[in-house]
Design a binder for this molecule. Structure first.
Ligand code: 5GP
Length: 140
């Protein structure tokens, strides 16, 4: 497996070199909206440690990301009046991974509405701002 690349886009977001719509942060994780959401409120939870994916992180490091996703899932149900949540996490290109800093996708779902295909379209900034505000409010 290749080494972790500190210039990947999520590493830049963590260092504040690239903007994001942050919804949650603690000492272990950062959560922000996906710029090309597959559903409204699609959020990414990433660890603060440099890790490519599940194959490159300690069990505890992975558990911190899962805890973050658990917190976001509960808030997203409220914020988006969702009927369900899809959590996904891809590992290496063969596993569907595109950005090589570990991340969990948390996607609010509504009955009968399919996910958009990955990377369909960049969401409008105003919509992302509005969705971040809703999620932050629900996180309390
Ligand atoms: P994966 O690596 O799990 O296949 O997906 C990477 C995810 O990162 C995609 O859902 C994509 O839309 C998202 N993404 C790619 N570039 C950026 C970015 O610059 N900012 C944000 N917020 N999300 C991004």
């Amino acid at each position: 497996m290749p080494a972790y690349d500190p210039n990947n886009i999520f590493a830049k977001i963590l260092r504040g070199e690239f903007p994001c719509h942050k919804v949650y942060e603690d000492e272990h994780v950062l959560a922000f909206l996906d710029i090309m959401p597959r559903a409204p409120g699609h959020t990414l939870v990433i660890p603060k440690v440099p890790a490519r994916n599940i194959l490159d992180v300690t069990p505890d490091g992975y558990a911190h990301v899962a805890r973050g996703a658990h917190k976001i899932a509960a808030a997203a149900m409220k914020a988006f009046h969702a009927d369900g949540i899809t959590v996904q996490q891809f590992n290496e290109a063969a596993g569907g991974q595109v950005v090589f800093h570990l991340h969990m996708h948390v996607m609010p779902r509504h009955d009968g509405i399919a996910l958009l295909p990955p990377a369909s379209r960049k969401e409008d900034i105003e919509v992302l701002e509005d969705n971040a505000t809703k999620l932050i409010a629900a996180l309390g």
